[in-house]
Design a protein around this ligand. Structure first.
Ligand code: ADP
Ligand code: MG
Length: 701
């Protein structure tokens, strides 16, 4: 029997496309592409305008150009600082252009002389010679496996440039997208009703997808992009509104008989709450008194004191006979919270337990029994562990710390015994620009801690070349001598071939035996067992260990106010948000803190710009906006790697106008047709199901 011809729709696995075998399917899945729909949402990063390449003679500094030529020479050499410099000379009939790459040695093998190549980038003139650094490029292969692509896609037009991975070539991917566009049968299903398309002058879905991948011209591309951006924002907006509405009538545990625990805790603190902490607490407690269930996002920069707010909220439910839960994204953080909260709760006679992946089976059973019997009032744990069917009979409040680490918001949450919806408080240190939070967190109410505890001194941050590292170590030793502690951060755990990054495990020995000899130095990284991690962290927070050599496991939440020095190796390896989280580990006490960014290589302009921006800014909001500007929301908020929908094209910073109009449109539609079962509503509902069905099944009604 002949195999059935597959019907091509969004959910068809990519293997059903011609030229995709198991190996290429695997390679594609590294790009997050499993289905034909995913493939069509793998939008181009940029375009080569091959309708208009320019001659090399006459190029001027600062011009952003595309040049077509032939590779004359290609060579690689070591630079004085130990990096690698790759130079390709590209010639056309009018002159020679130098293309250079730093530390991209692996590119060399593609640059065979005689091959045709196209490059795009910004021209710099150096003594009369034209150069582009790190250009976008494409080498035209002659023969070889990339020949199975459709002709006519690669020249003489605007050509898409996709993000790639090994095993997925530009040519081949272009052909594959083209094939998918031709074969897909449900492209006519459009989540935007006709009246909205008409109002905005948008092309239909098929035209938009065709034009975003293979634009006829610039205006055609703009129109396609606007439409797809609008569609992303609009559908998310509708989803959030539906979620918000479905909760609106939802009753929550009513808490209107406060006891004295919160007052006692606050009275015992060695400091006063900040005005911002008091304000957000008021908002949180008002929610929980209201009889409706709380869904609130608590935003506050690193070190602004969110943990304490969470604890007070927890005590508020505990003093009324209920239980509370605090979840953290990492084991290190869960254990730290467990320790801090136990310390604060013990004097009040409150039972706290911590549950993580490394809790022994016996302890786990005992803790769960204690929770079930109501002896444990406050349970702390990692998100992963708690979600596995933990039942907490009198649960009234669930706090989710450092939410942004999970990327898109998780749906599952533990249930209370009574089945009443639990109050939910989500906490995040990543300041989310308002335009984005309205869409991403549009179903939550927002509380903002916009002030740091008094007496904090701004952290100084310096960029230092590795050859000057001795000065950094001297400064660190001075901090240690004064009784303080230090973090030394590396981007990787172990050295791997082909990557000359300094690794934590190797450098650890040098730091322990040489740089910091006489001080207690410990190593912390993600591949250690949970128990060992806990022990290392505890010794550091007790002040017993003075120097912690670590990878980014300390990135979120870790709180050791006595640590005042941080050295970050290869800072270019981290995103702005991540750097901000890392640096947020210091500057948490009353002492002046210092951060050094240690660079061992020449950084490309873009990376350097980012690092410099970081060294000059400590405000989380400024950093988040810049991160969003540089990377777009998908990457900046880890949405993309979680494979969730939305923000593939849209960028709420750039697309402010579209954000606004789609909010108005969504509101109007939902007012007119709250259940989405009128003619327009049904179109939207179907579109949502097709676009997001895999991630967020829509319940009826
Ligand atoms: P984050 O908001 O980053 O989670 P934490 O909750 O870890 O910050 O708090 C950072 C540090 O500030 C902790 O050591 C905490 O005890 C302290 N802290 C919290 N609130 C105050 C306050 N009102 N005054 C002084 N220190 C505070
Ligand atoms: Mg925190």
């Amino acid at each position: 029997m002949k195999p059935m011809k597959p019907e091509f729709n969004q959910d068809t696995p990519v293997q059903f496309l011609k030229s995709v075998g198991p190996a290429r399917a695997r390679a594609l899945s590294r790009l997050g592409i499993e289905t034909v729909g995913d493939l069509l949402c793998h939008y181009p990063r940029r375009y080569f305008d091959r309708s208009s390449a320019v001659p090399i003679r006459g190029l001027q500094s600062g011009q952003d150009v595309t040049v077509h030529g032939e590779i004359l020479t290609a060579s690689e050499r070591r630079t004085r600082t130990g990096g690698s410099l790759l130079t390709v000379t590209l010639g056309d009939d009018t002159g020679v252009l130098f293309c250079v790459w730093f530390n991209q040695k692996f590119l060399l093998k593609q640059f065979r002389s005689g091959r045709k190549m196209m490059v795009s980038g910004v021209v710099q003139m150096h003594g009369g010679r034209a150069q582009v650094a790190h250009p976008d490029f494409e080498v035209f292969e002659t023969g070889g496996k990339d020949d199975d692509s459709s002709p006519g896609l690669h020249t003489g037009r605007m050509v898409p440039v996709y993000g790639l991975t090994s095993g997925v070539g530009q040519y081949w991917l272009r052909g594959l997208v083209h094939q998918a566009l031709t074969k897909m049968e449900d492209l006519h299903v459009d989540p935007l009703p006709d009246y909205l398309r008409a109002a905005h002058g948008f092309p239909d879905r098929r035209a938009a997808l065709e034009n975003i991948h293979f634009p006829p011209d610039k205006p055609g591309l703009e129109a396609a992009r606007d439409r797809l951006v609008y569609e992303e924002l609009f559908t998310i907006q509708i989803l959030m509104a539906l979620r918000r509405d479905s909760r609106r009538g939802q009753s929550g545990v009513i808490l209107n008989k406060p006891g004295d625990l919160t007052t006692r805790l606050v009275g015992d603190l060695p400091f006063n709450l900040t005005a911002a902490q008091r304000r957000v607490l008021k908002e949180i407690l008002a929610d929980m008194r209201s009889g409706r269930s709380m869904h609130r996002l608590l935003q506050g920069d690193v070190g602004s004191g969110k943990t304490l707010v969470a604890l007070i909220a927890a005590l508020f439910v505990i003093e009324q006979g209920h239980q509370a839960l605090i979840m953290a994204p990492t084991e290190v953080l869960a254990r730290q919270h467990g320790k801090t909260l136990t310390g604060l709760c013990e004097p009040l006679g409150i039972g706290v337990e911590t549950l993580t992946g490394s809790t022994s089976a016996a302890d786990r059973r005992a803790i769960l029994a204690g929770v079930a019997a109501g002896e444990i009032d406050l349970l702390v744990g990692t998100h992963a562990v708690i979600q596995e069917n933990v039942r907490i009979p009198r649960l009234a409040l669930a706090v989710v710390d450092e939410q942004h680490r999970f990327g898109v918001r998780q749906r599952g949450r533990p249930a209370s015994g009574s089945g009443d919806p639990v109050h939910v408080l989500v906490m995040s240190a990543t300041p989310i620009p308002r335009s984005l939070s309205l869409t991403l967190y549009g179903d939550l109410d927002l509380s903002l801690i916009d002030e740091l505890p008094a007496g904090r001194q701004p952290i100084t941050t310096r960029i230092v070349r590795e050859k000057d590292e001795d000065g950094v170590w001297d400064a660190c030793r001075r901090e240690l001598k004064a009784g303080r502690q230090a973090y030394i951060i590396y981007p990787v755990i172990e050295e791997t071939e082909g990557q000359d990054l300094k690794a934590a495990t190797v450098e650890f020995e040098r730091l322990r035996d040489d740089v910091f000899s006489g001080h207690k130095v410990a190593l912390l990284h993600g591949r250690m067992k949970g128990k060992d991690k806990g022990a290392v962290m505890a010794a550091f927070s007790d002040g017993d260990t003075r120097v912690l050599v670590a990878t980014t496991v300390v990135e979120v939440g870790v709180d050791v106010p006595n640590a005042t020095a941080m050295v970050i190796h290869n800072p270019e390896r981290f995103g702005l948000a991540q750097l901000h989280q890392l640096r947020g580990r210091i500057g948490r006490g009353k002492h002046q803190s210092h951060c050094w960014l240690l660079c061992d290589r020449y950084l490309a302009e873009e990376s350097f710009g980012r690092i410099r921006f970081f060294s000059e800014n400590t405000d989380g909001f400024a950093l988040a906006e810049e991160d969003l500007r540089l990377r777009g929301p998908g990457d900046a908020w880890g949405i993309r790697q979680h494979g969730a929908p939305g923000f593939r094209l849209a960028n709420p910073l750039r697309d402010v106008k579209l954000v606004r109009s789609c909010q108005d449109d969504a509101r109007e539609l939902l007012e007119r047709d709250p259940g989405l079962d009128g003619p327009d509503g049904r179109v939207v509902r179907l579109g949502l199901k097709i676009a997001f069905g895999k991630f967020m099944p829509l319940q009826a009604g």
